[in-house]
Design a binder for this molecule. Structure first.
Ligand code: URP
Ligand code: ZN
Ligand code: ZN
Length: 493
């Protein structure tokens, strides 16, 4: 009897984090059932067939740094996309799994209520599969005691901040978090910027009447990131706890990370397209336009900074490439970038511009279009490593027979897609701009497949998915990030 499948993908070039092969794929019951040399599925019956026509076939993207439906935390303003619009945008750009933040405010004592409230926002609203990192704003005794339950609930990572008044933890609180995270097998993500340096520089700039968006750059000088990155590494080493430094932007911070890794420490790092494609020129636009690129850390000085970040992706300093999708509408005086404009400050006041840029839909296509990474490296940093780092692999981020969900992106065959300039009205988020407007795109997902179902078909109607098809995925402990020593941390005496 011939095998029967729900879907077969034939004539593609399959790319995983280790292989580039002419393979065909069969999908059954939402899973990757078989991956075989081209032609090997001849005679098999399938309900649906996709002919990739020689295009790349990759695991669906995993974006492990996404802010949706958050309250004001990063300056004035609150995030534009909700779970519906953010996840819709994700699948149209090939991201089949996202990990968003469940934000605990400083005024809140518990994390479990935060988790429940975030589940309520996401449930029945997502187009893609999802999980949450807890964003710990108040590591109270109660919150720390809840880490164990978080793990049982499938949450194996959290994020803490060394900056932002609304979220900043001092070093003692960071040690409290690292100790408990170590005990429970939780990976700690750290936003490493020195808040005192940022506040001091902000005061210096304002004293000189420098308020325009472009001064966001000098208000967050490289030293703020470099010092905090080194401190975060030092605290992690002291506690023998793995950490991931998020959204790294400077070559010097990357050098600290690389040096720690070469000493065998479990230090992981993330960068984002903002630091590959944008520079301080993008902040220095006429009028208020530069506000579109205000994020923290800021885009750095020059293309050579961007080159160093590309190099860090190539040499493994950066484990993952995430979007840090943190969307605020530009032309919105209530909750968006323009909330920082007053009669007294007609080009805004940089310190009040909400920090963050949209990018969940553009992360994969922008990076692939740049053609600067080996294909296997591209898959590694955009899908496989985020899945491994955050306890989703092999269910997500791979094409493993019998184990991986059938989450797949099919790209255009070389030469088949006409190059185009990116325009915001092509995107599916609920934001009125993209910081990557006008960039030349040489690739875009032709199909996105989530658990065997085509949710994006660029040539035939585009969005095919349905809100609510996306599921919460319980995560295991990281398969990459582990302490060096087993057992409880011992007080060094
Ligand atoms: O500017 C940024 N990165 N906004 C998002 C918040 C964060 O720190 O990730
Ligand atoms: Zn951050
Ligand atoms: Zn972020």
């Amino acid at each position: 009897m011939a095998e029967e499948y729900d879907l077969v993908i034939i004539n593609g070039i399959v790319v995983t984090d280790t292989e580039v092969q002419e393979w065909d794929i069969a999908v059954k019951d939402e899973k990757i059932a078989r991956v075989v040399p081209r032609g090997g599925l001849q005679g098999a019956k399938a309900t649906n067939t996709i002919d990739a026509e020689g295009g790349y076939v990759m695991p669906g993207g995993v974006d492990a740094h996404v802010h949706l439906q958050e309250p004001p935390l990063f300056g004035k303003g609150s995030t534009a996309d909700n779970y519906e619009t953010g996840s819709r945008s994700a699948i149209c750009g090939g991201t089949t799994t996202m990990v968003t933040f469940a934000p605990q405010k400083k005024t809140e004592d518990t994390l479990l209520d935060t988790l429940a409230a975030t589940h309520d926002r996401a449930r029945n609203n997502c187009y893609n599969d999802y999980s949450f990192h807890l964003l710990v704003g108040n590591p109270s005794q109660r919150a720390l005691s809840e880490f164990k339950t978080l793990r049982e609930e499938g949450i194996s990572s959290l994020k803490i901040y060394m900056t932002y008044e609304a979220l900043q933890l001092h070093d003692g609180q960071i040690l409290d978090v690292l100790l408990e995270a170590r005990k429970q097998g939780i990976t700690t993500m750290i936003h490493a910027e020195n808040n005192h340096v940022i506040n001091w520089m902000t005061a210096q700039l304002e004293k000189r009447n420098l308020f325009a968006p472009k001064y966001h750059g000098p208000s967050h000088p490289p030293v703020a990131e470099i010092e905090a990155t080194y401190r975060a590494i030092s605290l992690s080493e002291f506690m023998d706890t793995p950490i991931l430094i998020v959204h790294v932007s400077t070559p010097q911070a990357a050098a600290h990370i690389k040096s720690a890794q070469s000493r065998g420490l479990p230090i992981f790092a993330e960068t984002c397209p903002q630091y590959l494609f944008l520079t301080k020129q993008d902040l220095d636009q006429p009028g208020f336009e530069g506000a579109k690129c205000v994020c923290s850390p800021p885009p750095r000085s020059s293309e050579s900074d961007c080159d160093a970040i590309w190099d860090g992706l190539k040499d493994g300093t950066f484990t993952i490439l995430s979007s840090d999708h943190c969307p605020f509408r530009y032309d919105d005086a209530e909750t968006g970038k323009k909330s920082s404009i007053t009669a007294e400050h007609p080009v805004g006041r940089f310190k009040y511009i909400p920090n963050g840029c949209p990018g969940i839909e553009t992360r994969l296509a922008l990076t692939l279009s740049a053609g600067r990474l080996e294909l296997t490296k591209f898959v590694e940093v955009t899908a496989t490593n985020p899945a491994k780092l955050y306890g989703l692999y092999p269910r997500k981020g791979g094409l493993v027979e019998g184990e991986s969900d059938a989450d797949v992106v099919v790209w255009y065959p070389e030469g088949k897609m006409t190059e185009f300039e990116l325009r915001n009205d092509m995107l599916h988020h609920d934001v009125d701009y993209t910081p990557f407007e006008g960039r030349v795109m040489r690739q875009w997902p032709r199909y996105t497949i989530l658990r065997g179902r085509v949710v994006w078909d660029r040539e035939n109607g585009g969005l095919m998915g349905e809100k609510g098809y996306g599921r919460f995925i319980k995560r295991e402990a990281s398969s990459l990030a582990k302490p060096l020593k087993e057992g409880e941390w011992e007080l060094p005496l």
